[in-house]
Design a binder for this molecule. Structure first.
Ligand code: SAM
Length: 348
């Protein structure tokens, strides 16, 4: 009882601060359209985003794109050990410095671009966990512009597959926002209309959870779309154990023709001369029905396809470098004078 009271006394709370609206006025932080800035002002909502990350007690947290700090505040009140903020727009730095002064010794601010910043050595080494262990007490949280969050999550998927970058610390959990439709794609199961390339890439590497949706009108200025909060925990064993680039190539090719039978997409993995034969062979060895649609394929189907494609690439070292789009572009240039069509044209 006494111990829990002393823990309560020790728990850190931010002192009273100007509201986020007042911070925006004070530092003249008009949202910039070119940076797709939409701010959350309602601290109950941002508190809910932070709670979606799970317990942050004694955690090291990296918040990407803190802006005026509406998510930063509940993170600081969640009993964390340290918070790293990465913000691209310099106008937000003074407001974030004010928050840092209100939480002495807890905040580090980096003025940088998360797409190029090397988030690999920012946290104490003792936090590192083996991949097979429970996730480290290290979290990434962020409400970024949609134009940044999708390329960023693909880059982080590659880092997860290779266990490098931030994931050299282990299976770091991430709580990130996406346009609602992208959130649906990330979490869509087979047979669903939203099933896409992103569904496979996220679900072969992570447990993905769609936490809740924030209506567009909760943001200032109001975007045209709603926003989903998605939580990712990297899996101990990826469901496909092949190099990331190979999985990406197979998945991308299959979803090239998302409404057609899956054999159409498989065909473009092979040069024209051997296309039909090799595609048929790949589907047969992977035990995948060629008439299934890409949206109906399970992760297990993709695992089989990637395993068979890997074997075919090992047998024919030139195969992996074959790039259907590149070949098509070259042929189009060559044929533009003669107006001839090719088998490749007909595939598209
Ligand atoms: N987190 C705040 C909130 O929820 O109100 C701001 C959200 S606003 C949609 C996105 C924030 O990410 C802005 O502060 C913007 O300057 C920042 N940002 C945009 N691109 C970024 C990048 N590449 N790296 C780091 N921060 C970025």
């Amino acid at each position: 009882m006494a111990a829990s009271r002393s823990r309560q006394v020790a728990a850190f709370r931010l002192p009273p601060l100007p509201t986020i609206g007042e911070i925006i006025k004070l530092f003249k932080l008009r949202a910039l359209k070119k940076l797709s800035q939409n701010f959350l002002l309602d601290l109950r909502l941002t508190d809910k985003i932070v709670r979606s990350a799970g317990s942050l007690k004694d955690a090291y947290v990296c918040e990407v794109g803190p802006g005026p700090g509406a998510i930063t505040r509940p993170i600081l009140n969640a009993g964390i050990a340290e918070l790293l903020l990465i913000e691209k727009d310099p106008r937000f730095i003074p407001g974030l410095q004010m928050l840092s002064e209100a939480a002495p010794g807890k905040v580090r601010i980096v003025h940088g671009d998360i797409l190029t910043y090397k988030l690999g050595k920012d946290f104490p080494q003792h936090l590192k966990k083996k991949w097979e262990d429970d996730p480290p007490n290290l979290h990434i949280i962020g409400n970024l512009p949609f134009s940044v969050s999708t390329p960023l999550i693909i880059k982080w998927f590659e880092n997860i597959a290779e266990r490098n970058g931030p994931f050299s610390y282990g299976r770091i959990q991430m709580t990130l926002t996406f346009q609602k439709e992208v959130g649906e794609r990330l979490t869509a199961c087979s047979g669903s209309r939203q099933r896409s390339r992103l569904s496979i890439m996220s679900q072969y590497l992570c447990t993905v959870h769609n936490c809740f949706t924030i209506p567009g009108q909760a943001f200032v200025p109001k975007p045209k779309v709603d926003v989903s909060v998605i939580h990712f925990t990297p899996l101990v064993q990826p469901k496909i154990q092949q190099p990331f680039k190979l999985v990406e190539k197979v998945v991308q090719s299959v979803f090239q023709f998302r409404r057609k039978h899956c054999h159409q997409g498989i065909r473009i993995l092979f040069p024209e001369a051997e296309r039909l034969k090799k595609a048929e062979q790949m589907l047969m060895l992977a035990d995948v029905d060629p008439t299934l649609r890409p949206t109906d394929l399970s992760i297990f189907h993709f695992k089989n396809l990637c395993d068979v494609y890997r074997k075919m690439c090992d047998e024919d070292p030139k195969l992996f470098a074959y790039n259907f789009r590149e070949e098509l572009r070259k042929k189009k240039m060559k044929n533009s004078s003669t107006q001839e069509g090719t088998e490749d044209d007909r595939l598209l």
